[in-house]
Design a protein around this ligand. Structure first.
Ligand code: NI
Length: 214
């Protein structure tokens, strides 16, 4: 446990000290705080030291919280910045090396992102959110997208994404438009506590077995 209250300064504005690495584990806003419901503003200059400092703290915060992604509004900064990672272990089985690039992403910083949907195919998958702690939900997402944005060097980024990679990008970009995953859900019976997930999976497996034996 770390006390973050005394470390909120670097993001709030100590740009004159930007030669000193300024990183902090930030407090994460939870569902109900208005910063999570508003539309975030674009970043005027992705190369600005303030953007670099924000991203450094976001990365530290995400890793500390064991998250797959984080959006700036989640740390009370209403700007269009997201970070995410889609590690190979989240890749669906049977994906070849060539195709794997669509399904995985190393830690990515995306500023002023945009999403283009390439398919009408919807996939259901379980999601959690650091702003909705303790819960998980079954959420429909587009299976195949292209996303575009800018890195901290100001260079444009354009990538195709499928599977979990596409899911995490849609989840994080939704935060920039004030949308949390429960608002994307089609059946709230699939919004459950993480601590009950094991029981639910067991009950489902038993039902499947019954069906197979019938
Ligand atoms: Ni989230």
């Amino acid at each position: 446990m770390r006390d973050v209250s005394a470390q909120a300064g670097p993001v709030a504005g100590k740009a004159e000290h930007h030669h000193i690495p300024t990183m902090a584990i930030l407090k994460i806003a939870r569902m109900g705080h208005p910063v999570l419901s508003r539309v975030a503003e674009p970043v005027a200059d992705p190369r600005a030291p303030e953007a670099r400092a924000l991203v450094a703290s976001m990365v530290e915060t995400m890793i500390d919280a064991n998250g797959a992604g984080l959006a700036a509004p989640q740390v009370y900064v209403p700007r269009r910045v997201v970070i995410f990672q889609a590690p190979p272990e989240r890749m669906p089985e049977g994906v070849g090396e060539e195709e794997a690039f669509d399904h995985t992403a190393a830690l990515t910083v995306l500023i002023n992102p945009e999403i283009e949907i390439l398919t009408s195919e919807i996939q259901m998958g379980w999601e959690g959110c650091l702003s909705v702690p303790g819960l998980r939900g079954l959420v429909p997402r587009y299976a195949d997208i292209v996303y575009r944005g800018f890195g901290l060097d100001g260079q444009p980024i354009e990538r195709r994404a499928k599977g979990f990679h596409a899911r995490v990008v849609q989840h994080e970009c939704d935060h920039l438009d004030g949308i949390l995953y429960p608002q994307r859900m089609t059946d709230l019976r699939d919004l459950i506590f993480e601590s009950e997930a094991r029981h639910r999976m067991e009950a489902e497996a038993a039902r499947q077995k019954e069906k197979a034996n019938a």
